[in-house]
Design a protein around this ligand. Structure first.
Ligand code: AHZ
Length: 323
């Protein structure tokens, strides 16, 4: 390690005495032959899962914040919103099995995750160790960032993650501005495996998550703050830039400009500057690389500061909305 590098250490306890683990007290003589688990039936396991899942579907059928896509930008935003507002119902919808998107590895699968300063302030707050290289910091493996973010975000009691679930469409309603203008009012979801098989199976209708703040007839309930969607589905790809593509087809006044070529210095500032609310349609916000598709920013390649900071900026705007 060079002299400019310092490493922040995680608080891990190491053991230097005799072999010691969580089961040491019950497996006293190194004899595992009588080891037993507590009894359980198969249906108990099914009920333990499904009762909670369906209770969550019921509880989160109406939400204050829906985050679509949980890569590095979505997770960063979720952390800031959940930490500041434990009273809001926050739903994360992730089409893949695992949250994290590109944040599990870094450029060309090279493990280490680079972030330009001042993103180190966020890492410090969350408790993710890094090496300080002066103008930038390095997390030794991108998976350490992603797994820590997932673990922190999921510990907030007001957060529910529906993973392996794709957003297939946006719910819209006429906006109070009149004319053709609309506001988004929720998302249409399906289990991703179903979404991927619409062409091969007969109709399998989707489910929805609505935003809070609407009456039965679909008009705004002005006695409460209405909910919002934050879309962080990344740049265009098999699933990426989902809401950006959908929103420009809803909002006729805009085009999907498309992400421009690699330029690290311009790209990160551009993504942060353009993240937040979307001018044409109410109640939808964007962060991360999806912003580059909407606003025509450069791509930045494997440097993740703008993913974190655009998530923080969009989260701050959303928190102001609920203030
Ligand atoms: O699975 C996707 C990923 O986890 C998820 N997603 C996409 N469409 C979805 C949909 N419903 C639900 N319709 C969906 N989930 O969104 C997540 C996006 O994560 P990401 O890591 O691709 O995006 P990000 O903007 O958070 O981070 C981008 C990282 C990149 S790409 C890049 C470059 O190409 O130059 N540079 C960086 C730092």
């Amino acid at each position: 390690m060079s002299s400019t590098q310092t490493e922040t250490q995680p608080q891990l306890q190491v053991s230097s005495g005799p072999i010691c683990h969580a089961l040491s007290d019950i497996v006293k003589t190194d004899d595992w032959s009588d080891f037993k688990f507590a009894p359980i039936t198969e249906s108990t396991v099914s009920r333990a899962m499904t009762s909670r899942y369906f209770a969550d579907m019921d509880k989160y059928a109406v939400a204050d914040v829906i985050i679509v896509g949980c890569g590095s930008s979505g997770l960063s935003a979720a952390y800031v919103i959940a930490k500041n507002r434990p009273d809001l119902k926050i739903v994360l919808v992730e089409s893949a099995l695992a949250c994290g998107g590109g944040g599990w590895v870094s450029g060309q699968l090279f493990s280490a995750m680079v972030m330009r300063k001042p993103t180190d302030l966020f890492l410090k707050e969350v408790g993710i160790p890094y090496e300080d290289e002066g103008d930038y910091v390095v997390v030794k493996h991108a998976a350490l960032f992603t797994s820590t973010m997932i673990s922190k975000v999921l510990q907030f009691p007001n957060v529910k993650l529906f993973n392996a679930t794709a957003v297939e469409d946006l719910i819209t309603r006429p906006s109070s501005k009149g004319g053709d203008s609309v506001t988004v009012a929720g998302v249409v979801t399906n289990w991703t495996l179903v979404t991927m098989n619409h062409d091969t199976q007969s109709c399998m209708d989707p489910n929805v998550i609505e935003l809070a703040g609407y009456k039965q007839d679909g008009t705004r309930d002005h006695s409460q703050k209405h909910g919002v969607i934050l879309s962080t589905t990344g740049h265009d790809g098999p699933f990426g830039a989902f809401s950006a593509k959908r929103i420009v087809s809803i909002d006729n006044s805009n085009n999907l400009v498309g992400m421009k070529g690699l330029d690290m210095n311009r790209a990160e500032a551009g993504v942060v500057k353009n993240s937040g609310s979307y001018a044409g349609v109410e109640s939808i916000y964007f962060a991360g690389m999806e912003v580059a598709e909407l606003a025509g920013c450069n791509r930045m390649g494997p440097t993740f500061g703008a993913m974190v900071v655009s998530g923080v900026k969009a989260a701050e705007e959303i928190l102001k909305h609920f203030a």
